[in-house]
Design a protein around this ligand. Structure first.
Ligand code: AMP
Length: 601
């Protein structure tokens, strides 16, 4: 018997499980499915997004409804259109071997007549956003007076978005004797109120810790001067060439401005906020899903329900007013069993907030330094070299080889490598050459935070500010080899037989990574990784030139000097040789360039 069979799911659903490639039930599925199948119960499930909760309620719901009746029997309320569509999609996939089950999505911003027509054809399951649902009930376009199951998904987010009254209204149109299943990442007072008011002695399950952020997320903060937020954001992006991120701003205006600036500076960025039309928002979301956008700059409200699984970083360009909101933001990464990083750009005066959030998410933040220009150049250089190594040779190039050989005649291999690399590297190097250190926190400030006894933190701080005692390494494996910061840390630690806290500042890039250790274990690490092979491939570790924080003008750049200083920012930024750069900067790029120049340094 498979683990899914043991939960009590019927054959048609087990077939769908296997088609979806689910091998073992997630924790929430293991806990919720048997309870929901056991009888008619109310359930409160505390589970983050990305834990597999859609399947936890979706499978039991399908198993319980009567497909021979066309009456609407199940209603799923979700906070956003994106989530609504996502749930509908998933539930349709779960029900693929069930005949005659119709799942219909109703949400704002699309034709209400079309949705009403679909409902009329008979929808046993309706997935809806509260606003549109209320609207349709008001117009008599949907009948939920006979439902047996009502699911409130992401209840905390719905309430955050001000849907309390709508939910109350909707529930008053449903029969008393139904089962209500409430899923929420957190349990603020408002959610408890709903549970008390509309549910009958619900059973409770908790996945992970109550009210805490997902533990697969590493939280980091970067202290900068108030005027350095934007250049700091660019450096964070440049130091992570394969970043796929949501950047949170506090207001619609800031969101639009930051996105425009990024686009103009050549990044693959887009804005998502409430002043955009539904159509514009759809376009941005589609581009983001396809990873044509690497940096999605968003307001909290607009970003709710973004259900993209492989977001590598959440960047808090500004901290939210409500601590609760931080949990929602950081929960956008580290989903579906992957790890993620939530970065916060703060000024010194905001550092108290970090402590408050640490308490809330019950996780320590790591203080990190905004990478310096030379560090970014080094990262980008390795990224470029790896890209060259991995590039598939285009057959058509052959035709031009004789002519190319003529041109390059007399240049030896070393020279040629240097030249090829310099084509891109010089741009970066010119851009970052002589840029200032953006970090404004000093170790005294951090010491005052009472972190005594946190060995790792002390080390992070000292290495970040002075690099004393801490050694930075380069290792030739990265995301491509299946590592994230957690698994790489484990791998290095286990291989070199080190202690729990010995490896820190692990930065995983696409095909290589960096990490730090104390100087006293350097020999142990280097000896372990001498001639060390995994699956027949050498895994090399070298001491990196870059100390992993702290300034230094070790590198003055790969030639070119400052002669094109005035020109460089027209196109350049760091990151110019990360993934393809957006051509979309063209439209309004002229407008603001002169103003923005002064913001950079
Ligand atoms: P959710 O929390 O419902 O948004 O689910 C997050 C993602 O995990 C979705 O893409 C699901 O398809 C996927 N998923 C759900 N359950 C499982 C499972 N048991 N094994 C693997 N993936 C799953």
């Amino acid at each position: 018997m498979t683990k899914f069979e043991a939960l009590g799911l019927q054959k048609s659903l087990l077939d769908a499980v296997s088609d979806m490639g689910f091998e073992t039930p997630s924790e929430v599925q293991e806990k919720a499915i048997p309870i929901l199948l056991s009888g008619e119960v109310d359930l409160v499930a505390l589970a983050q997004t990305g834990t597999g909760k859609t399947a936890a309620f979706g499978f039991p719901l399908i198993q319980k409804i009567d497909s021979n009746s066309r009456t609407t029997q199940g209603l799923i309320l979700s906070p956003t259109r994106e989530l609504c569509l996502q749930i509908t999609n998933e539930v349709q996939l779960y029900a693929k071997y069930e005949k005659n089950i119709n799942v219909v999505a109703i949400y704002g911003g699309a034709s209400i007549t079309d949705q009403a027509r679909q409902i009329k054809r008979g929808a046993q399951i309706v997935v809806a956003t509260p606003g549109r649902m209320k609207d349709m009930i008001g117009r008599g376009l949907v009948d939920i007076s006979k439902i047996d199951y009502c699911i409130l998904d992401e209840a905390d987010e719905m309430l955050n978005m001000g849907f309390y009254e709508d939910i109350k209204d909707i529930l008053s149109n449903t029969p008393k004797e139904k089962s209500t299943w409430l899923f929420s990442a957190t349990m603020p007072a408002e959610v408890s109120v709903i549970a008390k008011k509309f549910m009958h002695s619900p059973q409770e399950i908790t996945v992970g810790t109550k009210n805490s952020g997902a533990t697969t997320v590493q939280h980091e903060y970067y202290v900068v001067g108030g005027r350095d937020r934007y250049p700091a954001l660019k450096r964070l992006a440049d130091a992570h060439p394969d970043i796929f991120s949501v950047v949170f701003c506090r207001t619609k205006r800031d969101t639009q401005k930051v996105a425009e600036n990024l686009i103009e500076d050549g990044y693959n960025a887009g804005a998502l906020h409430g002043d955009l039309s539904q159509n514009q928002r759809d376009l941005v979301m589609n581009a983001f899903r396809k990873k044509q956008i690497q940096l999605l700059v968003a307001t909290d409200v607009a970003a709710r329900g973004i259900d993209v699984d492989d977001i590598t970083h959440v960047i808090n360009y500004q901290l939210p007013d409500e601590i609760e909101t931080y949990t929602h933001r950081s929960g956008r990464t580290g989903r579906a069993g992957k790890s993620g990083i939530s970065m916060v750009i703060v000024t010194r005066s905001e550092m108290r907030k970090i402590q408050a959030i640490e308490k809330k998410v019950q996780q320590k933040f790591i203080n990190k330094n905004i990478p310096t220009g030379p560090e970014i150049c080094e990262i980008q250089l390795y990224h470029l070299v790896n890209k060259i190594k991995d590039t598939k040779i285009n057959k058509d190039v052959e035709n031009y080889l004789p002519a190319i050989n003529d041109v390059l005649q007399g240049i030896d291999r070393d020279q040629l490598i240097k030249k090829i690399v310099s084509v891109e590297f010089t741009r970066f190097s010119n851009y970052y050459n002589k840029t200032k250190d953006l970090n404004s926190g000093d170790s005294r400030d951090r010491g005052e935070r009472g972190e005594k006894g946190d060995r790792r933190r002390d080390r992070e701080d000292s290495s970040a500010s002075s690099s004393n005692g801490s050694v930075r390494y380069f290792i030739n494996v990265g995301e491509k080899d299946g590592y994230d910061w957690m698994s790489l840390k484990d791998f290095i630690r286990d291989t070199a037989a080190l202690g729990r806290e010995d490896i820190f500042k692990v930065d995983v890039k696409d095909s290589f990574s960096f990490f730090n250790s104390e100087a006293e274990v350097t020999d142990q690490i280097l000896t372990t990784f001498t001639e060390f092979k995994v699956d027949g491939r050498f895994v090399n570790v070298e001491v990196s030139n870059s100390p992993g924080g702290g300034g230094g003008s070790r590198r003055s750049g790969g030639g070119g000097g400052g002669k094109d200083k005035g020109r460089r920012r027209d196109k350049d930024r760091g990151g110019k040789y990360s993934k393809g750069f957006s051509k979309s900067s063209s439209k309004d790029s002229g407008k603001k360039r002169s103003k923005r120049r002064s913001d950079f340094f």
